[in-house]
Design a protein around this ligand. Structure first.
Ligand code: MN
Length: 491
């Protein structure tokens, strides 16, 4: 059954006596508060907060967050009051528990509910990210026990997890949690596709792994010969939902997915990453266009690593990912990596209760305008601006502009300045004259050609991806139709 020691064992940093005492206290308070309550599965209710706390511990979250994870359902579902928690655990933990409780009480239904939930998330994130991380851990356990929930509710929860919770975890850089949430929800949202993925993995995984085993053997010898220290070389299997999304992109052609199983090389320094890349390419021929340097150009969620795909002989290919230990931790734990209790033990102010991490994009999300009655618009904007895949393009001077996938030179121009956007006449992409409607690719160098007489037209609206460009174009068009009308009246 449940044992508080399981929580301690999962914490990446050994807890102090004081930490252990706090967690033990939260454990016993929550345990007796939920006594007699049962989950749909028939298990004692306490298993749920206990599993939530275990996830938080394994993510390396601070002690207060783990304690709040144990207590997260007490205010809502038991006799325990806010005052009790304040007395026993103090204001910080009460703040976290209340935050989680507030997130789960929603007034609306359907699409409006979806938006309400998102907006509450963003407000909570801006106040204290830890509230959201507890909620994600809470959701993960609910997903794992979803088979015991009523069917209509089951689908709603699973769908919401894939469309809201997983993208949030991803945006927070928490790759491990994101993958787990998606894979737990996947079979309830797309049962047929889930089975297909299981079959594809069963049929192909073995062969890939065998191939990679030989590659890793050879690579280890090469690294030793070149005196490069590596912490580990291991194989990572792609999460099922992530494999499904990739297959959709490639018309379900499994032969185009090179990273179903990938080799992961972890070394000490950034310099060594590039040395390893050189060694790999001197042994095996790389596939053209498959070298991705996310160290020089990290993904928007902070992901860093070098990926390359190489021919390993007799038609087989292998993807190899090279990173440092820090990059590996970041990709696994994301923001959670910054909450380790060691770093936060001092310098605690009441108001921003340890939430020292401020992200501009979270502030932006909080301020995202919502016009009541138009939930679809709100979600569309959200998806293009914050959760879609991003590309990085450059100005001729080498400044990086970060845009959603499929953006055009018009989006790029408006990202630089509205005046440049409003007078875009043409564009050079990588020194070649190009259409202002062409889709930009990662790494493109874009030079906007300006003409004072050029102005936005209605057509532009069909080709832009960013909310910013759309807003400026609309604003321009509205202003001008008004001016023209006034002119026609002789004003
Ligand atoms: Mn819960």
């Amino acid at each position: 059954m449940t044992n508080v020691k399981d929580i301690f064992d999962l914490m990446p940093n050994k807890p102090t006596k004081k930490d252990e005492e706090l967690i033990k206290k939260a454990y016993s308070v929550a345990f007796s508060a939920h006594e007699g309550q049962k989950r749909n599965s028939g298990e004692p209710y306490f298993v749920h907060p206990f599993e939530t706390a275990k996830t938080l511990a394994s993510l390396g979250m601070d002690t207060e967050t783990i304690a709040a994870g144990l207590l997260h359902d007490t205010i809502e579902d038991t006799k325990i009051t806010e005052e009790d928690i304040r007395k026993d655990f103090g204001d910080d933990i009460l703040f976290l528990v209340k935050g989680v409780t507030k997130l789960s009480t929603l007034k609306y239904s359907g699409y409006e509910r979806h938006v309400e939930s998102l907006r509450k998330f963003f407000m909570a994130m801006a106040n204290d990210l830890r509230v959201v991380i507890i909620k994600l851990a809470d959701r993960l356990h609910n997903l794992k026990t979803l088979e015991f929930v009523r069917e209509d509710k089951r689908r709603r929860i699973a769908l919401e997890s894939i469309s809201v919770y997983a993208p949030l975890a991803n945006r927070l850089g928490m790759g491990k949690l994101k993958g787990e949430i998606e894979d737990a929800a996947f079979p309830y949202v797309y049962p047929k596709e889930y089975t297909e993925m299981e079959e594809i993995l069963r049929e192909n995984k073995g062969l890939c792994e065998k191939n990679l085993f030989e590659v890793s053997d050879r690579l280890k010898k090469e690294l030793e010969k070149n005196k490069i220290k590596f912490t580990e070389i291991d194989q990572r299997v792609k999460h099922k939902y992530s494999l499904y999304k990739k297959l959709l992109k490639y018309d379900m052609d499994i032969n185009k997915v090179y990273d179903m199983v990938a080799l992961r090389v972890v070394v000490d320094s950034v310099e060594d990453c590039y040395r390893v890349l050189g060694i790999i390419h001197s042994v095996w021929t790389p596939l053209i266009g498959r070298i991705k340097d996310y160290i020089a150009l990290p993904k928007t969620n902070g992901y860093q690593s070098i990926h390359t795909t190489v021919f390993t002989g007799s038609g087989a290919v292998a993807e190899i990912q090279i990173k440092t230990k820090e990059m590996h931790n970041e990709a696994t734990y994301g923001v959670a990596a910054h909450f380790a209790y060691k770093e936060r033990s001092k310098n605690k102010k009441k108001k921003d209760g340890g939430n020292k991490l401020k992200f501009q994009w979270i502030e932006d999300l909080k301020n995202l305008q919502y016009s009541p009655g138009q939930p679809k618009k709100f979600i569309e904007r959200l998806h293009t601006d914050f959760f879609s895949d991003r590309i990085f393009v450059f100005t001729p001077k080498g400044d990086v502009v970060d845009l959603p996938e499929d953006s055009t030179p018009i989006d790029f121009a408006y990202a630089i300045h509205s005046d440049i956007g409003n007078h875009t006449a043409g564009a050079k992409i990588n020194d070649k004259m190009s259409q202002i409607f062409s889709k930009l690719k990662n790494g493109d160098i874009v030079n906007i050609i300006i003409n004072k007489k050029s102005n936005p037209s209605n057509k532009w609206l069909n080709y832009v991806k960013t909310t910013m460009a759309r807003k400026h174009i609309k604003h321009y068009l509205e202003k001008n139709t008004l001016l023209n009308k006034l002119k026609s009246f002789g004003v």
